[in-house]
Design a binder for this molecule. Structure first.
Ligand SMILES: Nc1ncnc2c1ncn2[C@@H]1O[C@H](COP(=O)(O)OP(=O)(O)OP(=O)(O)O)[C@@H](O)[C@H]1O
Ligand SMILES: [Mg+2]
Length: 265
């Protein structure tokens, strides 16, 4: 087993005027190069947990550690370079007034990666190709792309600083069913090729089983079950996990039966 890279220990997050914590004593460990899926019904605390791991929100109690160091002692720039995120809705996460090349180069500029404008242009072209777009697409604006293509742009931006960790919050649930599979396959290919550590929030257990070795099942701000995805999905020990599995019409095995899509994402 590789080193624990991103660790949340006894994380609790309370919000004002809320009697129950959104997150209640949750611990997760993500090893370098491993992949963790976080599943659970709406309001379970998945996004709250991801925001704490991303350092954009702070726990009321508990601690997040990156490569062994508490997050508040990890230099901000290092952390931003190494941990990147893809959100659910690429429409709202991409600035409509910026050409795609500038959107993708933004983390390079803000983190001062690349010595020159032409270094960054080369990197952007490489990233566009890596996500299945054309280097010339950099001149176009987000509204000129389909939902699936916009999510490809968001993935290219996240990968721009060559992070070790990719966090993703429901990265395909805003997309048409026909393009979901293509984006999941792109993520899978990139995670494997780049050796990325992945934390994926998804309510789709089929996607979690395709992308994640480990899964944590959450309910009401707590972890109800955690373990290897194949074990948890095949032999759920918790009633809630069983109910979650039963509620999802597409079970993991069915994913293979979906005919290949030819639609361009
Ligand atoms: N800023 C906030 N202020 C108050 N309560 C909040 C805030 N953000 C989240 N919550 C509450 O915390 C709980 C967990 O929310 P969270 O967004 O983490 O759930 P989730 O599992 O991501 O759900 P979904 O699947 O719908 O995205 C919910 O009860 C939610 O109402
Ligand atoms: Mg959420």
């Amino acid at each position: 087993m590789t080193e624990p890279l991103l660790v949340g220990e006894h994380l609790t997050r309370r919000y004002p005027r809320r009697p129950r914590p959104a997150l209640d004593d949750v611990s997760v460990t993500v090893h370098a190069g491993a992949s963790l899926g976080i599943v659970g019904e709406s309001g379970a605390g998945k996004t709250t947990l991801l925001r704490l791991l991303l350092g954009v929100d702070r726990p009321s109690a508990g601690e997040v550690r990156f490569a062994g160091t508490p997050l508040d002692r990890v230099p901000e720039r290092d952390f931003r370079q190494q941990v990147q995120v893809v959100f659910q809705d690429p429409r709202s996460s991409l600035n409509p007034r910026m050409p795609v090349a500038s959107i993708i180069a933004e983390p390079l500029r803000s983190l001062r990666i690349g010595d020159s404008r032409s270094d960054r242009a080369d990197r952007v072209a490489e990233l566009l190709t890596a996500v299945g777009l054309h280097p010339d697409d950099g001149q176009r604006y987000p509204h000129e792309f389909s939902g699936g293509q916009r999510q490809r742009i968001a993935i290219a931006r996240a990968l721009a600083p060559a992070p070790r960790v990719l966090l993703a919050d429901e990265p395909v649930s805003a997309l048409d069913v026909s393009v979901r599979r293509q984006i999941v396959e792109l993520l899978q290919e990139l995670v494997e090729r780049l050796g990325l550590t992945l934390v994926l929030v998804s309510h789709d257990l089929a996607i979690v089983s395709q992308l994640c070795q480990q899964v944590t099942v959450m309910r009401d701000g707590r972890v109800v079950e955690t373990g290897p995805t194949s074990t948890v999905l095949a032999t759920p020990t918790d009633d809630y996990t069983r109910a979650l599995l039963a509620a999802i019409p597409r079970l993991p095995a069915d994913l293979e039966e979906v005919p290949p899509q030819t639609t361009e994402a």
